[in-house]
Design a protein around this ligand. Structure first.
Ligand code: HEC
Length: 127
């Protein structure tokens, strides 16, 4: 009896998640972004310690005008990289594993769902 009830609840949750993936990710991503906000603004052109992340999805790494990137980040972009979802996700696991001498002092987001959500959030900003 109890087990059946639990299974029903589980099914309803799974359905709700499938139906609202984009919105759920965006809201969850905004929450994850609290970890980035000390150093990043999402206001276009507004830099903090790090560059504005407005429109970052699709940007060539190290190319936002008016921000002084590390040589490492500029070289990463010059080498042909692009901040697509896959590259962002790999970078965010452990930034220094992707861009060896980046000045982004952030240990990384180990949780894949957190990475997916924060990327969905960033991608939603310049729609
Ligand atoms: C302690 C400060 C700090 C935190 C926290 C931080 N960043 Fe950064 N971030 C930076 C700095 C500084 C740079 C510039 C890196 C360079 O030039 O090497 C950067 C660069 C980036 C870039 C490359 C942007 C570009 O224009 O090429 C992305 C993407 C990024 N950060 C995403 C994030 C996300 C997402 C989070 C949160 C999960 C985060 N950062 C947390 C400081 C931070």
């Amino acid at each position: 009896m109890q087990k059946n009830t639990l299974m029903l609840i589980g099914g309803a949750v799974a359905l709700a998640l499938t139906a609202g993936t984009a919105t759920a990710d965006t809201a969850a991503g905004e929450a994850v972004f609290k970890k980035c906000r000390v150093c990043h603004s999402v206001v276009q052109g507004k830099k903090k310690v790090g560059p504005s992340l407005y429109g970052v999805v699709g940007r060539t790494p190290g190319t936002l005008d008016g921000y002084k990137y590390s040589d490492s980040m500029k070289a990463f972009g010059a080498g042909g990289a692009s901040w697509d979802a896959a590259t962002l996700s790999t970078y965010l696991i452990k930034p220094r594993a992707t861009v060896a001498k980046t000045k982004m002092m952030f240990p990384g987001l180990k949780n894949e769902a957190d990475r997916t959500a924060v990327i969905a959030y960033l991608d939603s900003l310049d729609d």
